[in-house]
Design a protein around this ligand. Structure first.
Ligand code: G3I
Length: 355
């Protein structure tokens, strides 16, 4: 009996997905004259045919959600020797080549998801500035070199800004050991390893006026100094409480930097406005509010499509989102597709924009 029920449920899901897949417009086609449409993926999706079907229908750019971060690539042998393991990361490249995707590399230099031992010598003491620069150089050369020609854009430095610091710079171990010039060194090393790759500074909450201005001045200064930085990655982890006007102000300001490329690198729209509410099922009125939010957001993205060349969603479907575990464990519905692979009102809101 159980087997029959399982078969029936699987067939129903297949039928539903097939219906969704064959009947609805493809996001990448809808936005083809504006920007690439990307998605962040955990490696497990490659062995799930329903996921693969949805991914290949709607997206043409992909980002590894965790698998290209330093903690996923860096290894240390029994002899203490550091090396890189690309086994998981290479699966993204194989999939991308097979299905005609471009790949965003995320990320090289970050305070988070980087092993603590990477910053230390064999005795556990922090490295000297010179040794840290050498280690950074070797890591970036190895990783960017490995993916040369196969990763078109890198988030070279991630989340280096802290607007609560007097100079606006996060006091990460990178900053503490090397000093503020670690950013320009990282971009230089990445450019040496792949001169064709687009190199980004990537951060969140860029709509906050102080943070926005710090990022603007920092990137503008780096460019004026001749540092090989090509663009700003705007993560866009948003919520219904955010102001579209402030988001547009940040995009408009960044767009004034000469020769700048903007990529929306980690888009999602949290339906909660606080950290305590928990819904069992998605309230219909919030899904419609979210659709309206996405509609206005994409109007802005389209308005600036002369500088925005990629809009990447941070997850394939609601139940895969990191927001189901952050800031607290709860149901959340921040993306365009629901748990059952069905397009939500937000999907139709951005697709209908085109007509
Ligand atoms: O690797 C362990 C695994 O061994 C263990 O079994 C599992 C148990 O929960 O945890 C695994 O680690 C998780 C890791 O993702 C890999 O799946 C961590 O718990 C989890 O906290 C971690 O979260 C990721 C987060 O970055 C960490 O900073 C999210 O998936 C990922 O979506 C999120 O992505 C970041 C961007 O890189 C940068 N911008 C913000 C964005 C959202 O936080």
């Amino acid at each position: 009996m159980k087997v029959f029920v399982a078969i029936f449920l699987t067939m129903t899901l297949f039928a539903t997905v097939y219906y969704a897949d064959s009947e609805i417009p493809s996001l990448k086609e809808v936005f083809s004259s504006y920007f690439k449409i990307g998605v962040a993926l955990p490696v497990r999706v490659f062995s799930n045919s329903l996921d693969v079907q949805l991914i290949t229908k709607h997206f043409n750019s992909m980002t590894a959600e965790n698998e290209m971060k330093p903690e996923s690539i860096l290894r240390r042998g029994a002899d203490g020797k550091i090396f890189c393991d690309f086994t998981m990361a290479d699966r993204y490249i194989r999939f991308a080549q097979q299905h005609g995707f471009v790949v965003r590399g995320h990320t090289l230099v970050w305070h988070s998801q980087t092993p603590d031992w990477f910053f230390r010598d064999d005795s556990g003491n922090l490295l000297s500035r010179e040794a840290m620069i050498e280690r950074m150089k070797e890591y970036i050369h190895t990783v960017v070199g490995h993916f040369k020609g196969r990763v078109y854009a890198w988030d070279v430095v991630n989340e280096a800004v802290d607007s609560n610091q007097p100079d606006g710079m996060r006091r990460s171990l990178w900053y503490q050991i090397i000093g503020p010039d670690y950013l320009e060194l990282a971009f230089k090393f990445a450019h040496e390893a792949d001169p064709e790759a687009l190199l980004f500074y990537n951060d969140y909450n860029e709509f906050e006026p102080r943070k926005r201005d710090i990022i603007y001045n920092m990137v503008k200064d780096l460019k004026e100094k001749g540092v090989p930085i090509h663009g700003i990655g705007m993560q866009q982890h948003l919520s219904l409480a955010r102001s579209i006007e402030q988001i547009e102000q940040a995009i408009a300001l960044f767009a004034t930097i000469p020769d700048i490329v903007i990529e929306i690198t980690e888009l999602d729209v949290d339906i909660y406005r606080d950290n305590v509410t928990k819904y069992q099922t998605a309230p219909t009125e919030l899904l419609h509010e979210q659709a309206e939010f996405y509609r206005k957001l994409f109007q802005v993205y389209k308005k600036y499509s002369h500088v925005i060349d990629n809009v990447t969603f941070w997850g394939l479907k609601d139940d895969y989102s990191w927001l189901r575990g952050f800031p607290v464990r709860r149901n959340n519905w921040p993306l365009l597709f629901d748990e059952n692979y069905q397009p939500k009102p937000a999907f139709w809101a951005i697709v209908d924009l085109q007509t």
